[in-house]
Write a protein that binds this ligand. Structure first.
Ligand code: DC
Length: 236
């Protein structure tokens, strides 16, 4: 006779340890990832910050962004530090380059317009994704990006690909900038979102695409809370 031991105690099922959250620009990944990490007690790691930091440093030093060799060297040497938020101004974390707090500088229009070029360089991606993978493999992490489920952590326990139309994403980014008191133009933002999508999804190395085993969520008709509840259900 065979006996089956069935454990009905759901509290013993632990949530996935490595959660990969990918999707296009402004699809709400950071908001979702931050909330999810807080509720699970996990590390929130937005990998886009690293590509932004390299772009920001290059712009500050008037470097030629088309010079792949120079930008790659910069990515290999740069000391980027991510720390828990020191201010209550909506930031999910502090981003420091040396001693300088650059958290909001990296969300500026200049960085937005140039970061896709920098993140398309193979050497830059190699340098940064190695660091991301090392941190992610420690587990208990929600890692947000474009290629986490496909390249950085293909062994992730849960992969979510968060999508939304370009128009909806541009509207969200516009609202965000206005809320921060910055001047903003919807049409301009939409143009940039479409251009970044094009570069991110057609680049030769690690293009933006859902992993085969990712769960795709279209958030056009959902608010941030509904998306959060849906992903929390997936975790359980
Ligand atoms: O998510 P974000 O807008 O902060 O990302 C900034 C840029 O970095 C964006 O153009 C895509 C790129 N990126 C990437 O190529 N791979 C990642 N894992 C994260 C971001």
């Amino acid at each position: 006779m065979t006996f089956f031991l069935i454990d009905n105690d759901m509290t013993k099922i632990s949530p996935p340890s490595i959660i990969a959250l990918d999707g296009p620009a402004a699809s709400g990944k950071s908001t979702l990832g931050n909330k999810l990490a807080n509720s699970l007690g996990y590390l929130f790691f937005d990998t886009g910050i690293m590509y932004r930091a390299i772009t920001w440093i290059a712009l500050q030093h008037d470097m030629d962004l088309r010079n792949e060799v120079m930008i790659t060297e910069l990515a290999q040497k740069a000391q980027i530090d991510i720390r828990p938020p020191s201010k209550n101004d909506g930031r999910p974390c502090d981003v420091l380059i040396g001693d300088k707090d650059v958290t909001w500088d990296m969300r500026g229009g200049d960085v937005d317009a140039n970061v896709s070029v920098v993140s398309a360089y193979a050497g830059v991606r190699k340098a940064l994704s190695e660091q991301q993978r090392r941190i992610g493999l420690r587990g208990k992490v929600v890692m947000v990006g474009r290629d986490i489920g496909t390249v950085v952590l293909p062994e992730a326990d849960l992969k979510v690909y968060l999508d939304a139309s370009a128009e909806e994403r541009a509207r969200r980014r516009y609202d965000e900038l206005i809320a921060r008191g910055e001047k903003s133009n919807y049409e301009e933002i939409l143009k940039k979102v479409i251009e970044r999508d094009r570069i991110d999804s057609t680049r030769a190395v690690a293009p933006l695409r859902p992993a085969d085993d990712a769960i795709i969520i279209d958030s056009d008709q959902m608010d941030a809370e509904q998306v959060f509840v849906r992903v929390l259900e997936l975790c359980k």
